[in-house]
Design a protein around this ligand. Structure first.
Ligand code: UD1
Ligand code: UDP
Length: 365
């Protein structure tokens, strides 16, 4: 029996792992056990996702919590290494580009355990982003690189990764959007709770360090959102990092007067808000794609994106968050647009493709 240890720790990783864990659980030649690092630990950033997405309970919880990058990554590295020495897995599975991803892949690589990376090959080409460092390092430590897009495949080839190690699977987040999208319609009551009507509100998420840790940028975002809120109700499920920054920079009282701030929501509520929003304004990687999956126009408050195909298709507009009036104008322009139709993220079967590549790699018949 093949043994896989999966290392996850943040909200988007719970979403991505849910569909792959489900696909693995349907196979009789493999067992998977989860290590949860504890990078995200508030109930509505972690446990709620395990419950809603029916993820198996983690076998190990490292309880790492929030620290500087170095300390957080080091604590995870130490904890994951202990688990790997104990469990001796055949493969370590990691997702995305967070510190949990880097710690999982580095711990495995140092023990000569093969690493499989889901969401390999994405690049912003901005090395100031902590995520870019995590992705590049993880890709170059991985044996199996599961690329969600053709652009990601090309990025890996340009960096000299051997083609035999790169597998275009499509995006597991698309699988999740399809699988949980209809459940959200019957199970979520978030539209009633927030008292908004379908297609009559804008949905906001902001949590990137480059936006929250820069007073000017966060101030500009708040003023931009306040302008938008004059004509469309704005709902903002607030990441804990952003809540802290809004309070620290004294923007919280101002923004609360204009925008409906709510705590971070579970995945089903988020999907429901996304599906029924008139427009989405975000700096999240996952939310940019989910806007497209649900065919909602999106404005991305950044200077670049790892998902350039959305911009090319016309569903996403990149708007550097330095000018409140530009944010407002671009959101107004985005309203009602419909981009071109295409399927750059595969056919909704990415998780099964990941599983079948692993099976082939180990020669299991
Ligand atoms: C992390 C990832 C980022 C990903 C995001 C998903 C890294 C470097 N960053 O960013 O790529 O897009 O997760 O949401 O790995 N906090 C809480 N409760 C929690 C979690 C965090 O209060 O449950 C607060 C703490 O003050 C913490 C801050 O949020 O210091 C940032 O958390 P952290 O996990 O370091 O980074 P994220 O911004 O969440
Ligand atoms: N998400 C959620 N509730 C929220 C905000 C986001 O369930 O309040 C989901 C979102 O639908 C997507 C994932 O979390 O599936 C994206 O995570 P995040 O934006 O934190 O990280 P990123 O994708 O930028 O790494």
């Amino acid at each position: 029996m093949l043994k896989i240890v999966t290392v996850i720790g943040t909200r988007p990783q719970f979403v991505k792992a849910s569909v792959v864990s489900l696909a693995l659980s349907q196979e009789n030649w493999v067992t998977e056990l989860l290590v949860e690092t504890g990078q995200h630990y508030d109930r509505n950033m972690s446990t709620l996702f395990f419950e809603q997405l029916r993820l198996p309970s983690p076998r190990y919880y490292l309880n790492v919590g929030s620290h500087s990058h170095g300390v957080q990554t080091a604590l995870m590295l130490k904890g994951v290494e202990t688990v790997l020495v104990e469990e001796k897995p055949d493969l370590v599975l990691v997702y995305g580009d967070t510190n949990s991803t880097l710690a999982g892949s580095l711990a495995a690589a140092k023990l000569n355990i093969p690493v499989a990376h889901v969401e390999a090959g994405l690049r912003s080409f901005n090395r100031r982003m902590p995520e870019e460092i995590n992705r590049v390092l993880t890709d170059h430590m991985s044996e199996l690189l599961f690329a969600p897009t053709i652009n990601a495949v090309e990025n890996l080839k340009k960096e000299g990764v051997m083609e035999k190690n790169i597998f275009f699977t499509g995006d597991v987040m698309y699988d999740a959007a399809l699988y949980f999208g209809s459940q959200a319609e019957t199970m979520s009551t978030i539209l009633q709770e927030t008292r908004v009507r379908p297609k009559e509100f804008a949905l906001i998420t902001v949590h990137r360090a480059e936006n929250t840790d820069d007073r000017e940028k966060l101030g500009s975002i708040c003023r931009g959102l306040a302008r938008i809120a004059k004509t469309i109700p704005v709902i903002w499920p607030l990441h804990p990092r952003t809540r802290k920054a809004l309070i620290q920079w004294n923007f919280f009282e101002f923004i609360e007067k204009h925008v409906k701030i709510i705590p971070p929501v579970g995945y089903l509520d988020m999907v429901m808000l996304e599906k029924h929003a008139l427009a989405i304004v975000t700096d999240s990687g996952g939310v940019q794609k989910e806007a497209f999956f649900h065919r909602v126009p999106c404005v991305t408050l950044r200077t670049e994106t790892e998902w350039p195909e959305l911009v090319e298709l016309g569903w996403n507009r990149i708007v550097p968050p330095d000018d409140p009036s530009l944010i407002e104008t671009e959101v107004q322009r985005a309203l009602g647009i419909s981009g071109m139709d295409a399927q750059p993220y595969g056919d909704g079967q990415a998780a099964h493709k990941v599983v079948s590549v692993i099976r082939d790699y180990y020669g299991i018949l």
